[in-house]
Design a protein around this ligand. Sequence first.
Ligand code: CP3
Length: 341
Amino acid sequence: MLAALAGEVRQRPPFWLMRQAGRYLPEYRELRAKAGSFLDMCYNPDHAVEVTLQPLRRYDMDAAILFSDILVVPHALGQPLAFQEGEGPKLDPVRNVEDLKRLSRDRFHERLEPVYETVRRLSRAIPAHTTLIGFAGAPWTIACYMVEGAGSKEYAHVKRWAYGDPAGFGALMDLLVEVTADYLCTQIEAGAEVVQLFDSWAGVLPAGEFRRWVIEPTRRIVDLVKARHPSIPVIGFPRGAGLSYEAYVAGSGVDAVGLDTTVPVAWAAGNLQSRLPVQGNLDPIMLAAGGEALRSAAWEILEALAGKPFVFNLGHGVIQTTPPEHVAELARLIKDWPNRG
Ligand code: CP3
């Protein structure tokens, strides 16, 4: 994984899967039923370590990703957060400069201490050949949840604030840039070897706003992280960026870029991979479907991208209804890639 991110090409590409820990695994569901809420699991290092290790035991991925959630950052700033069964996250929305007064950095690291403890324990617990990935949500995506108070189809509240009062919204984004860089650096100091920035809602913005609220904040975070940890690779995942992927690669400063499912692999090979390593982009639903469709889709990605610096992954997270044996099949297929005819 570290070699691929440094630009090397080996016999087979490394692989891991976004949301590789989670509800598709029976051992996750069993622990989750005992542990109480999802957030309790994130803040309990015993549980978070165990759940991080579960997919590695089955599939021996080349990387482990810290088990947590992107929304612990607003939670640590004092914004009330709950995960309701089957409904996704709910937060008390912040919608203007006045609301920002309810946020505070005072107890930020104290509240995130269980996450740092999980990273410290994981860096001892995972096998030596496995890379430990830390992560955070990118500011735009975190702002989407903070302002809407939940997932959304239109993102109308957050966009109206960003477009109508860029200085006020910029104050929220400045705060998120600073705390996110600090959060990632502290994960690195606890043992994370790579960090990924998830910008799940990057794709909802027009190009000019994308530059302002996706590329620029990411660039500032990369600069702040590199100032403290120059050798730690940063992977950016601007999901849905579409034609703006090129501007993101040119302007964000990330070391590698995650491709969502819609990016044509031949285009990525020609236009992005010549500049930096890429990661992706099997459709998670293809993994859930399995069979011949899964095999040919995985091969198409490998054929297009594995000859240059590449990390195999999905184009978004594993979905809950994925049969665990399909993940085993995919792992086999990638590991057999060097023996192809
Ligand atoms: O990848 C991993 O295995 C590491 C853990 C991880 C989770 N969430 C665990 C999780 C990571 C990296 C995330 C990131 C995350 N969280 C993102 C960015 C990636 C993406 O999916 O776009 C986002 C947008 C969130 C916010 C979030 N968390 C939502 C919208 C939901 C609810 C959706 C759902 O599937 O129910 C979550 C919950 C969540 N995060 C679960 C897990 C395992 C399910 C919780 C449960 O057990 O009920």
